[in-house]
Design a protein around this ligand. Structure first.
Ligand code: MN
Length: 249
């Protein structure tokens, strides 16, 4: 079985990637750049899936270190990113990534196809325009159930509920302190967690807040943070109910 290392700081995304990969590959998980850089030489994976947006050291910096290390330089590395914009593929390929997969991972065949091509030494996939947020997530929970079963879907919802509550609170606190970098860092993972389970409204609000914070525009982040908090509180009972029914099926 080929071995794949995954670096991803978002627990929902990690769980999703693990469930997709585990039937086919041996999976090693890391949550940040320094730990994967320490683990690559002893673990010798066949391929690395590398999140771009990571705390402290981002994925591009991790890749640069890998390409500068003689024993690791030829390791196939696929970028995983939620910053999906036209032209990103060229950008990441020119930085030295072997391929590029966008999050949320709605269709597992895209990820598995990229891995299989890379392990076989084939060329990266042709560019595709990323789908609109709101459009890709309908039926997301059904897809999760098909992919990972009811228990897995219930676990994804539980992780989402706990993690998102914490990140929204963290974002509001950062905003109150005038820390827009903190707002950006707190809302970025909310966007992809919400996308994974199909919580479109929360996903869209998180994306808007993240963009404003990244551009260091304080308005109207305050009211959007209240809106996303309300949207989360509104979605919570419904998600909790779905989670319960999945456990008791
Ligand atoms: Mn990340």
């Amino acid at each position: 079985m080929k071995k794949i290392a995954v670096v991803e700081d978002n627990p929902d995304n990690r769980l999703l990637v693990r469930v997709i990969l585990e039937p086919l590959y041996e999976v090693r998980e890391y949550t940040d750049g320094p730990s994967v850089l320490a683990g690559l030489e002893p673990e010798k994976p066949d391929l690395l899936l590398l999140d771009i947006s990571l705390p402290e050291m981002d994925g591009v910096a991790v890749l640069q270190r890998i390409r500068a290390t003689p024993g690791l330089r030829d390791l196939p590395v696929i970028a995983l990113t939620a910053h999906a914009m036209a032209g990103d593929r060229e950008k990441y390929l020119s930085l030295g990534f072997d391929d590029y997969v966008t999050k949320p991972i709605v269709d597992e065949r895209v990820l598995l196809g990229a891995i299989q091509r890379r392990l076989a030494g084939g060329p990266p996939a042709p560019d595709t325009v990323p789908a609109e947020p709101g459009l890709v997530v309908s039926g997301t929970l059904d897809q999760l159930r098909k992919r990972g079963g009811d228990k897995f879907t219930a676990e994804m919802i539980e992780v989402f509920l706990q993690y998102t509550a914490r990140m929204i609170a963290q974002g509001r606190l950062a905003y109150a302190e005038g820390d827009l970098v903190g707002v950006e860092n707190a809302l970025h993972p909310v966007k992809s967690s919400a996308g994974n389970i199909g919580a479109t409204r929360i996903q869209e609000l998180a994306a808007r807040i993240e963009d404003l914070a990244r551009n260091r525009e304080p308005e109207p982040i305050g009211s959007l943070l209240m809106e996303i908090n309300d949207a989360f509180i509104a979605a919570k009972p419904q998600l909790e109910q779905i989670r319960q029914s999945l456990i008791h099926l």
